[in-house]
Write a protein that binds this ligand. Structure first.
Ligand SMILES: O=C1N(Cc2ccc(-c3nnn[nH]3)cc2)c2ccc(Br)cc2C12CCN(S(=O)(=O)c1cccs1)CC2
Length: 233
């Protein structure tokens, strides 16, 4: 059985990605407000919108720090950001929330999100995803790399130079695979389970798009940044 070893360059790549992932965080007052006093449905929705807007800003800053991203074709940079915005936000939300909130708060979150105009049919897949991420107890290196891998998905709509994106995604997949082998020797399928979460994320894209239309119908307002990144007119 060959000895898996993370090279110096791979260590450096991981360090850059993890630091970028940790450097950009949501302002804590926004997250805290979510768990404080009882709000109406409209106020809950407004809070989640404020939260999502911060999430997108954090995502853009993180993405700019992914080695090689800024040397991609500019239109492709936008295509990758727009194509991965919902997935990266749900991945990060699930990661942060399962790490940050002691279990007691999950019910509060559930109730806040439930009481924000999100349809029940979206709640189930969203919380299944949330639980499936929590069960993995991912290290922060794994979280940061998995988020970068989701962003660097070559086959997003409108990406012209897919090879250039693959050349950035592959080294991330390599170091994540090695990290999983080294950190979870007793669980050879761990890496495959992480990648399986990315497949589950893609299904959330679909539910999210459906939800956006239903919110529009009920005249819910979004911020200009969310309209821009979610293609909402
Ligand atoms: O808001 C969410 N939360 C709460 C949340 C998220 C992140 C942080 C946080 N703290 N520090 N850093 N991040 C705290 C609370 C959460 C938690 C788990 C999953 Br899975 C998903 C979510 C959403 C993501 C956005 N949507 S959304 O549908 O796109 C929508 C937009 C506008 C109105 S509704 C709702 C669910």
């Amino acid at each position: 059985k060959e000895k898996v070893k993370i090279t110096k360059e791979q260590q450096a790549l991981m360090k850059v990605v993890v630091e970028a992932y940790n450097r950009h965080q949501i302002p804590q007052d926004v997250a805290k407000k979510l768990l404080q006093e009882q709000y109406s449905e409209e106020e809950n929705f407004l809070l989640l919108t404020e939260m999502a807007t911060s999430q997108v800003q954090v995502l853009v800053e993180f993405t700019k720090n992914i080695p090689g991203f800024l040397s991609l074709n500019h239109e492709d940079q936008i295509a990758l950001l727009k194509g991965s915005a919902v997935e990266a936000m749900f991945l990060r939300s699930a990661q942060v929330f399962s790490r940050k909130m002691p279990n007691g708060h999950t019910e509060v979150l559930e109730e806040r999100i439930r009481k924000s105009g999100i349809s029940e049919e979206f709640m189930t897949p969203m919380f299944n995803f949330y639980k499936s991420i929590g069960e993995l107890h991912m290290m922060q290196e794994e979280q940061a790399l998995l988020t970068a891998i989701a962003i660097l998905t070559p086959d997003r709509p409108y990406v012209k130079d897919q090879q250039a994106v693959e050349r950035l995604q592959e080294p991330m997949l390599d170091v994540l695979r090695k990290l999983c082998v080294l950190q979870h020797p007793q669980e050879p399928q761990y890496f495959a389970r992480l990648l399986g979460r990315l497949t589950e994320l893609r299904t959330l894209n679909h539910y999210h798009a459906e939800m956006l239309t239903s919110w529009r119908m009920n005249d819910h307002k979004f911020t200009p940044l969310l309209c821009e990144i979610w293609d909402v007119e």
